[in-house]
Structures are given as structure tokens and as C-alpha cells.
Design a protein around this ligand. Structure first.
Ligand SMILES: *Cc1c(COP(=O)(O)O)cnc(C)c1O
Length: 457
């Protein structure tokens, strides 16, 4: 299997050719999902005792499978949180795979982890956290949030060993990302929700704290605020909430998985005032820092607390903590052991382009949201639901029902023109289906936005 023969060489060239073509293609096909039975009919069973051969498998991929998958970096993919990895980062993702480096321990991955950490150092500096703060790249925001929550809970229990078997409690707004609730389930913690879909304010935290029973107050180990809600780009009162947490000695986590990239913009950074009060922060480079999937990050004010919570022990792992192998072990700071050096594509792209290019690209995303806001205001059939925030725009097509939005989404997607999806907003106790743009790609143009609005007429 590992002998290099001519077939493999030829196939490697074909695959590289494909990769180069895709990396340099600024308008890849949008892609549309097929049903599973349709895919099976088109592709057949591909896993056989003798194998179907690389040429055939690759042909099936190129001609069928990839076209039934969405190109998330298409400039008119404006749904959910799109992505727009730089060409440099995608290229280096290939290099990262080809290099076969284990990214869990310094002993095995020193050089690559060093590079990853240089990118991390830049990211940490953007947060304004004090010296000593550091972080690690994770598979995404969910894993980062989970890693932070575990570190928070373990630190809380360490302070008072009588809480070793006490079920913990987290306070977060209902606007917090679904992964917060979901990861609370994983660690069997309760969540008390502050009922705001809009900006989570310090006064609301104050009254939520005052409303806790003494027993629940004892169980509270973390408060989570959001630095850019995924739905609307709303940044919570990070400073006010942070000050309360500091005063009360509660672990403060800021989930900036989507919005955190905007810290690289000096103009936008002001909006995150108070993020430096956090004990932990989540930022997804695969969202707004132009990294390929999958790349999240969790940053800790005091990484030692994370190490105590996460470092795994086992006889075959002992060597990794031996002084001879000493260094930063990414495995010690998040939930995963074996990991690819997933910060390496970001490192290469940052090293190649410099941080100013990143700032420019992020400012462009914010600018596109403002441009879209103006187009929505000007067009007689559309209306803003709220002012654009970060790179998110929520707007309504006057007179449309939820079904209209759904049909419109499918129509644009099926035709290969655009993927723009509806969302729901709750205002004044009413839930409304509305349309939403989220801009990441700096290649999206004003014409793209106008074109999409045109399809709503
Ligand atoms: C996307 C997102 C997450 C989840 O991140 P994944 O990378 O999808 O796991 C968590 N929080 C916020 C605010 C997000 O936008």
C-alpha cells in the first residue's frame, strides 16, 4: 500500500491539478445537495474488497459528489456564517496534511507547534488579555467553548473541594450560541438563561444574579457573554458583565467564535471593550480569520488552570512531560488528544500576507454589511429589522410569510445563483421570519448584494 508506483504519482498530479484549479477559482459552483438515494444511484457502492481504483473514485468525486456539496466560499454564499479561506491558508492545509505531524505534544510537533503558537500570540494580543494569557487551536467554537467550560468548572471545584460532586450552573443569555447549551449538557451543568435576544447588559446580569436562590448561587461557576451573536452580530456589554464577574469571582467566558475576527480591525476592536476582563475567550479562525476548516481557538487568562483541567495522564504519555521533552503541549489545554496542527494554515497565511491584509479584509466585511444596509433601506420592498452589526444584516421583505422566504432560498440555491437563508428574530415577544446576510468573503461585491435583493421583488 505504501510503495510509490506510477499510478500513485499520476493520481497525485491529478489531485494537485484539481486542488490548484479549485484554489484559484474565485467563482466555484455553488453546489446543491442531492438526496441520499439519488447519490447512491449516481455513484453506487464505492467500498469494495478490491477497491474501485483511484481514478474512478476521483472521477466520482469530481463529477458528482463535490457538486452535491456547497462551496462555502462562494461570494454569494451569505447564509449562516460563510467562510473565505485565503489561498495561502488552503495551500498550506495541503502541506499540513502532507507533512504528517502529530500536533498534541511538543516532543513530536515542536517546530509546527512553535509556528502555530506565533499565530496564537498575535490572536491573544488582539484580545488585550494580560501577559501570561495563552491559547490553543481547537476543532471549532464548540470544542473551544467546551474546553473553557471544563476549565471553569474544575477551577471552581478546586477552590472549594466540598463542591467536587456539586452540579454546576452557568448563566448565559438566550442569545448565546446553541453550542453553549449543548456543551452544558455534555458536562451535565444547568443553564440559567437571561431572557434577551438583544444585547446582554450588565443590569440584566445583576438582576439574574440577585434572582438566584442561595443554593443556585453556590452552584454558579461561569457567566458566558457573546462577542458577536451568530444571528445578528450583537456584541454584549462585555465590560459591564466582566466587571461584575471580576467582583463576584465568577469565571467569565466570552464566546467570540464568529465576531472575534473583528478584533483584528482597530476600528471594530472598540466594540469589544472589556473583553480583556475574560477568563477565557473563544474565537474561530475558520469563521472570520480566513482559515480553512477546521480551526477554532480557546484562549485562557491563566492557562495553568486549563492545564490542570485538561492534561491527560497515562503510562505511555509520561515521556511527554519529561524535562527532556519539555515545551507547550496543545493536548494539555483542550479536550482533544491527537490533533492535526490546525493552526498551521493560519500561521502561513498570516506570515505571508502580514496582519494588515487581515485587517483590511475584515473591514471590508463590515463595509459590505453597511452597503447592504443602505441597499435594503433604499429598496421599496425591503426594510431593515435592525441596523447592521459587524457583518450581519437582518432585513425583511415587506409582505412575505415564512413560506415565501423558504421558497426564495431554494430558488436561488437551486439555480446556483446564491445561498441566502432566512432566520428568526424575536422582538416585543413576537417571533418573525426574516432574511439575513452574513459577510465574510472580501470578494463579495455590491452587485452581488443588489442582485440578491433583486430576486426578492
Ligand atoms: C459558530 C459559533 C459557535 C460554534 O462554533 P463551531 O466552530 O461551529 O463549533 C459557537 N459560538 C458562536 C458565537 C458561533 O458563532
Amino acid at each position: 500500500m505504501h510503495n510509490i508506483d506510477l499510478d500513485i504519482m499520476e493520481l497525485t498530479l491529478d489531485v494537485m491539478k484539481y486542488a490548484i484549479g479549485r484554489i484559484t477559482n474565485t467563482h466555484p459552483p455553488l453546489g446543491f445537495p442531492m438526496k441520499e438515494d439519488e447519490l447512491l444511484a449516481a455513484v453506487g457502492e464505492t467500498i469494495t474488497p478490491k477497491g474501485i481504483g483511484g481514478e474512478r473514485a476521483f472521477k466520482l468525486f469530481r463529477e458528482t459528489l463535490i457538486n452535491a456539496s456547497v462551496s462555502i466560499d462562494h461570494p454569494r454564499h451569505l447564509a449562516f456564517v460563510p467562510a473565505s479561506p485565503t489561498r495561502a491558508a488552503v495551500m498550506f492545509d495541503l502541506v499540513t496534511s502532507a507533512s504528517s505531524v502529530h500536533g498534541a505534544f511538543w516532543l513530536e510537533g515542536a517546530g509546527c507547534i512553535f509556528a502555530e503558537n506565533q499565530a496564537m500570540k498575535w490572536l491573544v494580543a488582539l484580545t488585550g488579555l494580560p501577559a501570561g494569557a495563552f491559547g490553543v487551536f481547537t476543532s471549532g467554537g464548540t470544542a473551544a467553548n467546551l474546553s473553557a467550560m471544563v476549565a471553569a468548572r474544575e477551577a471552581w471545584r478546586a477552590k472549594d473541594p466540598s463542591k467536587r460532586s456539586t452540579r454546576g450552573l452557568i448563566l448565559a443569555a438566550i442569545s448565546a450560541h446553541s453550542s453553549v447549551r449543548s456543551m452544558a449538557k455534555v458536562i451535565d451543568a444547568d443553564i440559567v438563561s437571561v431572557p434577551t435576544e438583544d444585547k446582554f447588559e450588565a443590569a440584566q446580569l445583576r438582576s439574574a444574579l440577585d434572582g438566584l436562590s442561595p443554593g443556585d448561587r453556590e452552584r454558579l461557576f461561569a457567566v458566558i457573554a457573546t462577542g458577536g451573536t451568530t444571528n445578528a452580530g450583537i456584541i454584549d456589554d462585555l465590560d459591564g458583565i466582566g466587571k461584575i464577574c471580576r467582583n463576584e469571582g465568577i469565571w467569565y467566558h466570552v464566546d467570540a467564535a464568529y465576531g472575534g475576527g473583528a478584533l483584528a480591525s482597530r476600528r471594530a476592536r472598540k466594540l469589544f471593550h472589556g473583553i480583556d476582563l475574560a477568563d477565557s475567550i473563544t474565537i474561530d479562525p475558520h469563521k472570520w480569520l480566513f482559515s480553512p476548516y477546521d480551526c477554532g481557538a480557546v484562549i485562557y487568562r491563566d492557562p495553568e488552570l486549563a492545564r490542570v483541567a485538561h492534561a491527560q495522564e497515562g503510562s505511555y504519555l509520561d515521556i511527554f512531560s519529561d524535562p527532556g521533552a519539555k515545551g507547550f503541549n496543545p493536548a494539555d489545554y483542550q479536550i482533544q488528544l491527537t490533533r492535526r496542527v490546525r493552526g498551521l494554515p493560519l500561521w502561513f497565511s498570516l506570515a505571508m500576507h502580514g496582519t494588515e491584509r487581515y485587517e483590511k479584509a475584515i473591514n471590508r466585511g463590515i463595509e459590505l454589511a453597511q452597503i447592504a444596509g443602505n441597499l435594503v433601506r433604499r429598496s421599496p420592498h425591503t426594510q431593515l429589522v435592525r441596523d447592521p452589526s459587524l457583518s450581519c444584516v437582518l432585513f425583511r421583505r415587506i409582505g412575505w410569510t415564512a413560506d415565501n422566504y423558504r421558497d426564495w432560498t431554494y430558488q436561488n440555491h437551486k439555480s446556483g445563483y446564491a445561498l441566502v437563508a432566512p432566520t428568526k428574530v424575536r422582538q416585543h415577544a413576537e417571533t418573525e421570519t426574516v432574511a439575513r446576510f452574513c459577510f465574510i468573503s472580501p470578494d463579495t461585491t455590491e452587485d452581488d448584494i443588489a442582485g440578491v435583493l433583486e430576486t426578492m421583488k
